[in-house]
Design a protein around this ligand. Structure first.
Ligand code: ADP
Ligand code: MG
Length: 630
């Protein structure tokens, strides 16, 4: 191979332009990025050697060395990792592999220097290597692949549009990569062993391979997850979280688990403080880091926790996982099930403790991640018992915004209440006005308010809690103890008598036609004139919401209109039907009453269309008022 010039991919040129010409205060992270590449290279070699001993220098120590030449103002980071051939140097350090990177760079390009975010997390976009140009006037990479027959090669660039690749001045004898950073004048402060050590301690302390300066190892090496929890400080957990996730917020929860039976586990798990880590969260994948006997075997493992816990970050190590695993066999390993069970148990216990000890923080957890818990119950009923204690609900008896658990609900149930009642709705405002609540408010019974689109799914699989069935209060077949109306206002006018009521029902049927399946008397309404209930045998409103969620074309099935015979509005209406059946206000009122119900149920197709009718009603009311006063 002879030396040749190459041009960087366009996005890299743009990125270099930004890096070279900006005055970033966090330039020191270049060292973290170069060390993290060395770690990746060592991990990959270790993984290769699980099945293949035919590598260059099979017995070489797996380590990272950092050395400084104060005179020449260079820093050299060398590793004994997997190395790169000439072709690999061209491919890896000239083009972009990760699809998010180009978008990230375009976004940076469009911003003024002042509004640009910190480049702290540049590494997540698969372009961490180029951060070296924040401090370098030239970067040289000399590398030799682990393949026994590969020759060494050199890559050089000054951060302009081009780089050169060719044979090094002196062939590299041993396996691995050396990155030689020639510092810019204004970055000369980095040419110091002390400064290097300080940066390594700050950003790379948790690296699992020794990092040496001179003959001293400067990072702690024993991985945090293998230390006894009582010896680890809170700050160390937080630091490790930052190291792992590049999320600079504090985690909401961290939990450290060490177990030998029934399965070997060393694990630290985190719940982040936000579901969405904002604009710059480019982490392309999710999952836990998986180690077996000191070797990282998977970066984003998805088998150690059920899918609905995919927001959890962390590390799991187990001696019970076979070393020579392929990614596919991890899945099928019997130890995995046991590890999963133990981790889930631990996580749920920690969350329950959080709920007991720090209510506010648990509320934060619920707001961010409650939807995952609901998803778990909806999609995997076998996890129901584990997840139910984590559920929180708004309710007719909780103050605005307060949340209660199922166990709190059951605790305050009056004696004789056989079911847990709930109501689905669009939002708290409309749900709290629902006529379905009449009976329950009058009898001081608590009703859970479910306003999340996923709630319909969840409730269908939840079905019961502690042998108490969950019942929707809009269910017409709900058997409620008789509403004796005792203690009612003695002055209240009597309900519409039978004859008048039949005439009214006939009129309502005539006006609404096939918009409803039936019109009948309500046994449960108190303060509301009417309500809509689902016909028996049809899909209940839980499932209707699920259908609606799945299929935008879904038409709400027709319902039964139930009328409250004791309500003043209904009494007036019955009176008019009896005395002046031609009054236009009758039909207008019936139609409006019906559409009010659609609105309350959150299924009105076009609320604005009601305005004409409402105005006609207002006209009739004001005309009546005027007639009365004249
Ligand atoms: P990322 O590490 O996210 O892939 P980088 O820009 O940091 O992105 O590095 C680009 C690529 O260059 C790496 O994916 C790897 O293939 C290669 N590389 C960089 N440094 C080394 C190294 N020390 N040893 C082997 N390969 C390396
Ligand atoms: Mg990198």
């Amino acid at each position: 191979m002879t030396e040749q010039g190459y041009t960087f991919k366009a996005e890299i040129q743009q990125l270099l332009n930004i890096l070279v010409h900006s005055l970033y205060t966090d330039r020191e992270i270049f060292l973290r990025e170069l060390i993290s590449n060395a770690v990746d290279a060592l991990n990959r070699l270790q993984f290769e050697m699980l099945t293949n001993r035919d590598v260059l220098d099979p017995d070489a120590e797996l380590a990272i060395r950092v050395s400084v030449d104060e005179e020449a103002k260079t820093i050299t980071i060398s590793d004994s990792g997997i190395g790169m051939t000439g072709e690999e140097l061209i491919a890896n350090l000239g083009t972009i592999a990760q699809s998010g990177a180009a978008a990230f760079i375009r976004q940076l390009e469009g911003m003024d220097e002042a509004e640009r975010p910190s480049l702290e997390m540049i590494g997540q976009f698969g372009v961490g290597f180029y951060s070296a140009f924040m401090v370098a006037e030239e970067v040289r990479v000399v590398s030799r692949s682990y393949r026994p027959d590969a020759a060494s090669s050199e890559w050089v660039s000054d951060g302009s549009a081009t780089f050169r690749v060719g044979p090094p001045g002196e062939p590299k004898e041993d396996r691995g990569t050396e990155v030689i950073v020639k510092l810019k004048e204004d970055a000369a402060e980095f040419a110091s062993n002390w400064r290097m050590e300080q940066i390594i301690k700050k950003h790379s302390d948790f690296v699992a391979f020794p990092i040496t300066i001179g003959d001293r190892v400067v990072n702690r090496q024993k991985p945090l997850w293998r230390q006894p929890p009582q010896e680890v400080e809170d700050k160390e957990y937080a630091d490790f979280y930052h190291h792992l996730t590049m999320d600079w917020e504090q985690p909401l929860l961290s939990t450290h688990m060490i177990a030998d039976v029934p399965v070997d586990i060393r694990s630290i798990l985190y719940v982040p403080s936000h579901r969405d880590r904002g604009l710059l969260n480019a982490r392309p994948d999710y999952g836990l880091r998986l180690y077996a006997r000191g070797v990282m075997i998977q970066q984003d493992n998805k088998d150690m926790l059920p899918n609905h816990f995919r927001f959890v970050e962390g590390v799991v190590e187990s001696e019970d996982l076979p070393l020579n695993v392929s990614r596919e066999t991890v899945q099928r390993n019997p130890a995995v099930r046991r590890i999963q069970k133990a981790l889930v148990g631990k996580l749920i216990r920690e969350l329950e403790d959080l709920a007991k000890e720090k209510e506010d923080e648990y509320a934060r957890f619920w707001n961010e991640f409650g939807i995952f818990v609901k998803e778990g119950i909806a999609t995997d009923p076998s996890t129901k018992d584990d997840l139910m204690p984590l559920l929180r609900f708004h309710s007719s008896k909780a103050a605005d915004g307060d949340l209660i658990s199922l166990s709190e609900y059951v605790e305050r149930m009056p004696e004789g209440q056989g079911a847990i009642y709930y109501l689905l709705g669009e939002n708290l405002d409309s749900i709290s006005r629902s006529p379905h609540l009449d009976y329950f408010s009058a009898h001081d019974l608590e009703v859970l308010f479910l306003v999340d689109p996923v709630d319909g799914f969840m409730i269908a699989s939840l079905a019961e809690y502690e042998d108490k069935p969950l019942r929707n209060v809009d269910d017409a077949s709900l058997e409620l103890p008789d509403d004796a109306r005792e203690g009612e206002d003695a002055d209240a006018a009597p309900p519409v008598p039978d004859e008048g009521f039949s005439a009214l029902v006939a009129r309502v049927v005539q006006v609404l036609g096939d918009k409803v399946t039936e019109v009948r008397e309500s046994k449960v309404l108190r303060d509301s004139p009417c309500r809509l209930v689902s016909p028996e045998g049809g899909p209940g409103s839980d499932m209707q919401r699920v259908y609606k969620l799945l299929n935008r074309e879904f038409e709400t099935p027709k319902k039964i209109l139930e009328i409250n015979r004791g309500h003043p509005l209904i009494r007036n209406l019955a009176h008019l039907v009896d005395t002046t059946p031609d009054a236009p206000v009758i039909d207008l009122t019936v139609e409006q009453l019906f559409e009010n119900q659609l609105l309350i149920e959150g299924v009105h197709p076009n609320p604005i269309s009601m305005i004409g009718r409402i105005q006609a009603l207002m006209e009739a009311a004001t005309a009546q008022g005027r007639a009365d006063s004249e």
